[in-house]
Design a binder for this molecule. Structure first.
Ligand code: SF4
Length: 344
C-alpha cells in the first residue's frame, strides 16, 4: 500500500487539477493552506454536481460572498436564487444555516475536527471527512463515488454496490496516513475523476497500474459491480405559463419541501398518473384561454417528473408578476417549462 500511495501522490504532484478552491501540492509544500470557507463551499456544491458545472457557481458565490461572514449576512432569497441550477434546494437552505451558525456561534471559524464538522447543518460524514482532510490536513478517510471505484478496481472487489460500500471504505482507510492527508484525499479524487473513469479507465497512464488487480484481470471497467437498480418512480404534473404583456406569473414555493422557498411557475399537484386536458384546465391557477405547449421531463433524486406545460395570456391576482429576465432564478425544471412555452 505504501508503494501505491507514494506513486499516486507523485502522480498528483505532476497532474493535480487546477481548481479555484484548491491549494496546489507545490504551494501546500511551501506552507500555503486552503481557506476552510472555500473548501466547505466547494464540497457542498460538489455533493450533487460535477466540477465543471460547479466551478462558475463557486466563482459567483465567492465573488458575491467572499467570506463565511458575508454569506451569513446575505439575504436568503438572493442566495437561493444564486443556487438555482445546482439543484436540491435543501442543500442551499442548509448552506445558509451553516454559514450563519459558523459566523455567529463559532466566531467565523470552521471546526478542524471531523466530529465537530459533522454537527454543522448540511455536513454529512463524507463532507466532514473531506473538509477535515483538505482544509486542515487531518488524516480522514474521504470516500466518495470516485474513491469507491478506484478501490473496487485496485482490489477487484467482487461484492456489488451498494453492499460493497463498507468494504470499500475499509480498503480506503488502509491508505490513510498522517503524511500529506489533504493531498492524498485530493489525489484519489483526481485519479478517479481523470484517469480511473467509470466507462474507460486510462490504465496506460495510471500510477497504480502495477498493483491494480482489475487491470491485471483485463476488465477494469467491470468494477465496481452493481446490484440491479430499482426503477425511479414517475410522477406527472402540469405547469402554467401565464403572461401579462412582458410579465410572467410566478409563485414562491412553500419554504419546506421539494424546491422550497424558490421562485417557480404555478403547478398542479405531482401525482402517479398523467393529467388529462380537462384536469389540466381545472387545476389552472386562473381562468384564461389555456393552450398546451408540450411536455418537459426532469429527473429528481427520488423520482422522474413529466410536466405538461400550458400557456395563456391573462391576469391572476395571486401572481408575483416578474419580467422574463427573472425566470433564470427559477429551478431548472421550471426554467425548461417556461422556455418551452415562451418559444412555442
Ligand atoms: S490501473 Fe486502471 S483500473 Fe486500475 S486504478 Fe488505474 S486506471 Fe483504474
Amino acid at each position: 500500500m505504501a508503494l501505491q500511495r507514494s506513486a499516486i501522490l507523485s502522480w498528483y504532484d505532476e497532474n493535480a487539477r487546477v481548481l479555484p478552491w484548491r491549494v496546489a501540492p507545490a504551494a501546500r509544500r511551501a506552507g500555503a493552506r486552503p481557506d476552510p470557507y472555500r473548501v466547505w463551499l466547494s464540497e457542498i456544491m460538489l455533493q450533487q454536481t460535477t466540477v465543471p458545472h460547479a466551478t462558475p457557481y463557486f466563482r459567483a458565490f465567492t465573488e458575491a460572498w467572499p467570506t463565511v461572514q458575508a454569506l451569513a449576512a446575505a439575504d436568503g432569497t438572493e442566495v437561493l436564487g444564486a443556487w438555482a441550477g445546482l439543484g436540491y434546494y435543501a442543500r442551499a437552505r442548509n448552506l445558509i444555516a451553516c454559514a450563519r451558525h459558523v459566523a455567529r456561534e463559532l466566531g467565523g471559524r470552521f471546526p478542524n475536527m471531523e466530529a465537530e464538522l459533522l454537527k454543522l447543518p448540511g455536513v454529512g460524514p463524507y463532507t466532514a471527512a473531506a473538509i477535515a482532510a483538505i482544509a486542515f490536513d487531518a488524516p480522514a478517510n474521504v470516500v466518495d463515488g470516485n474513491v469507491e471505484r478506484v478501490m473496487a478496481r485496485l482490489f477487484a472487489v467482487e461484492t456489488p454496490l451498494p453492499q460493497a460500500k463498507p468494504q470499500l471504505k475499509t480498503l480506503a482507510a488502509g491508505f490513510v496516513s498522517t503524511e500529506r492527508p489533504g493531498d492524498w484525499a485530493q489525489a484519489l479524487m483526481d485519479l478517479g475523476a481523470t484517469v480511473c473513469t467509470p466507462a474507460s479507465p486510462a490504465c496506460g497512464r495510471c500510477p497504480a497500474r502495477p498493483h491494480c488487480r482489475a487491470h491485471k484481470a483485463g476488465s477494469p471497467e467491470r468494477y465496481p459491480l452493481k446490484s440491479p437498480k430499482a426503477e425511479r418512480p414517475r410522477r406527472y404534473g402540469a405547469a402554467y405559463v401565464l403572461t401579462r404583456g412582458p410579465l410572467v406569473a410566478l409563485v414562491r414555493r412553500p419554504p419546506r419541501g421539494l424546491l422550497g422557498g424558490m421562485l417557480a411557475l404555478p403547478t398542479s399537484d405531482w401525482r402517479g398518473r398523467p393529467w388529462s386536458d380537462a384536469e389540466l384546465h381545472a387545476a389552472a391557477p386562473a381562468c384564461a384561454p389555456w393552450r398546451p405547449a408540450g411536455e418537459v421531463e426532469h429527473v429528481f433524486t427520488h423520482f422522474a417528473l413529466t410536466l405538461r406545460v400550458a400557456r395563456a395570456e391573462g391576469d391572476w391576482a395571486g401572481a408575483l408578476w416578474r419580467p422574463r429576465s427573472d425566470l433564470e432564478a427559477m429551478p431548472s425544471v421550471f426554467l425548461k417549462a417556461a422556455r418551452l412555452a415562451l418559444t412555442a
